[in-house]
Ligand binder design. Structure first.
Ligand code: ZN
Length: 340
């Protein structure tokens, strides 16, 4: 089947699980109630994607508060009690971040509960996302390793431990979210890809990396306004990704200033093309989705195209995200009719 559809990873959380429309929401349940609510929401996320004809479904990231810290909570050696302020993504915005104070170790499994639960409740292919090692090391302060790369490699080792276990849980696609690749362009070929390779070492399932220009939050929109009319940042990192052992690369396409011809630099990779914009509440039409797929076909062989969202949908309004998922499924159906 051509043009399989999937999502970048996250979906809006139901309001009985967490505060809606927030990137860092507070949970609205506690203890056992919270654990049960997370799984209820996971079931809903799967049903919601299936009903929109999404082929490769995710758990919607219902069990984590934030895409990076959802992983860090399960790591020993991190001090969450004394957070410090740090400029992240090359100082694009400030965040209160925890501090690494000792050797990093996993406390146990990170996403086992939701991954096995999701696996048991869908026959579709299942994707689980993890934060990438470069992005993690840009979202945490360090007073132990004294070396960003060494710390990132330590995180990559932990990610690999969890990824291997997720594969055993029956997960088909493991995706690493690396928005920091788009910030530290010069470091991607140097150690960014090496850290990813450490994270995927020994995996037989499909592996993916998601890079992007960030959610539609104000700090990102302001930054995007400084980038000019053509965003050519990816030109610097795509050749390194093309040479890497990662199977799939997820990038935004719709309403993006990234020239689509840059996608030809990802020769050999499956490309998860963003055909749904998460930075606007305007709903895409199926025609528009199919049109983007048609444009990308000039630069990526059609067998290598996967239709996806530009980025996560966690902070969106739920009715909007729902309509956008439907547009994704319908747009792919239309594209198959037109180009299949
Ligand atoms: Zn993203």
């Amino acid at each position: 089947m051509i043009f399989p559809s999937t999502i970048a990873g996250s979906l809006p959380k139901p309001s009985w699980l967490a505060e809606p429309n927030k990137l860092w929401p507070q949970w609205r349940q506690q203890g056992d109630g919270l654990a049960a609510a997370k799984l209820d929401a996971t079931l809903l996320a799967i049903k919601w994607q299936e009903d929109s004809d999404i082929d490769i479904v995710s758990d919607g990231e219902m069990s984590r508060q934030h895409f990076v810290h959802g992983f860090l909570e399960f790591v020993d050696g991190i001090d969450f009690a004394h957070k410090v302020q740090m400029g992240i993504r090359a100082d694009r915005y400030k965040a209160m971040v925890p501090v690494v104070r000792g050797e990093l170790k996993l406390k146990g499994r990170v996403h086992q509960t939701e991954a096995r639960f999701a696996r048991a409740h869908t026959k579709h292919k299942l994707k689980i996302t993890l934060p990438g090692p470069m992005t993690i090391s840009d979202t945490i302060a360090d007073s132990y390793y004294d070396d960003k790369v060494k710390m990132a490699m330590a995180f990559a080792g932990l990610l690999n431990e969890e990824a291997r276990a997720l594969e055993k849980d029956g997960v088909d696609v493991i995706q690493f979210d690396e928005p920091a690749f788009n910030v530290f362009l010069g470091e991607v070929a140097g150690w960014g890809v090496e850290a990813l390779h450490r994270a995927i070492d020994g995996l037989n399932c499909t592996t993916a990396v998601h890079i992007c220009y960030g959610y539609g939050i104000k700090a990102n929109i302001d930054w995007k306004n400084t980038l000019g009319s053509e965003w050519r940042q990816y030109e610097e990192i795509f050749p390194a990704l093309a040479k890497s052992r990662i199977n799939q690369v997820s990038v935004e396409c719709i309403n993006s200033h990234v020239p689509l011809k840059l996608l030809s630099l990802l020769d050999g990779k499956d490309v998860l093309i963003g055909v749904i914009d998460v930075a606007t509440d305007r709903i895409e039409t199926p025609q528009r989705v199919a049109q983007i797929i048609g444009e990308v076909m000039k630069f990526v062989p059609k067998q290598k195209i996967v239709a996806c969202t530009n980025c996560g949908m966690a902070p969106m309004r739920r009715d909007i995200a729902d309509a956008k998922l439907m547009a994704l499924g319908q747009g792919v159906a239309l594209a198959r009719k037109k180009y299949g």
